[in-house]
Design a protein around this ligand. Sequence first.
Ligand code: ING
Length: 309
Amino acid sequence: MRKVTVAGAQLGPIQRDEPRAEVVTRMLILMDEAKQAGADLIVFPELALTTFFPRWYMEDSAEIDSWFEREMPNAVTRPLFERAARHGMGMYLGYAELTPDGHHFNSSIIADRTGAIVGMYRKVHLPGHAEFDPERAFQHLEKRYFEPGDLGFPVWRTMDGIFGMCICNDRRWPETYRVMGLQGVEMVLLGYNTPSVNSQNSAEGPERRLFHNRLSVQAGAYQNSTWVVAVAKAGIEDGFPMIGGSLIVNPEGRIMVEAKTEADELIVHACDLDATLFGKRTIFDFARHRRIEHYGLICSQTGAIPPAP
Ligand code: ING
């Protein structure tokens, strides 16, 4: 039995004017609570340090860059890495990354239990748009502020297992989990910021968003015999509601624990990484059962979409 006790540290809303230091204080409280609960790995949301700024249309590059971190850890986030190391706790952290050569990514890191960063991921599937559209109920401008990730979907051997990462919209795409599944991933960590309503379809409200959140994560877990830990930034940010529903799903696709609120909330589960092995050795023994000679379209076609109405 290879047990990893995971704490999903869901964050409630972060208002546009809330300083990062205040957010880090909230995160440290959750980290101490996780330690009390016996956790040895904590998972924070996507863009965990600030409000979900891609909802705001900005043109000034200095204002845009003010939402990004130029190094990780840095003065504001170093207390997170130090506290995690003191607790002997690994950490997943989502944040906006500005590289030294000026590239902007929606990124996440995994730090091991010594506080050392052992893995880095940059969000591949960027939803939303690059331009302002007054017709939309609200903006979702990730394509304006981020470049698509350039690191693919790696996995890392650390903390006695094989860990992978993704971010938010990535969780809706089966390719995300399969690329990591083919590398033997045993636990996928991800954060998300998901609006409670669809800016292009007002009929799609929080219950449908929560349904698709569960569906995407449960399917990815089951179809690759891996644990998946998905953690929200939730609640109403400057009037814009986002779903909670943080959850930990086992390799059979069962939800083991799910958040109940849209506030700062810890969900904890003792995950046995060995529970991934039966599925990997039977139904999802990829070497024995996959027929790659029939899968070419997955990589050769961008996909035809129905003509606009
Ligand atoms: N947010 C949303 C997500 O994928 C979205 C965007 C919502 C796309 C619903 C499609 C449908 O959960 C981020 N940040 O990707």
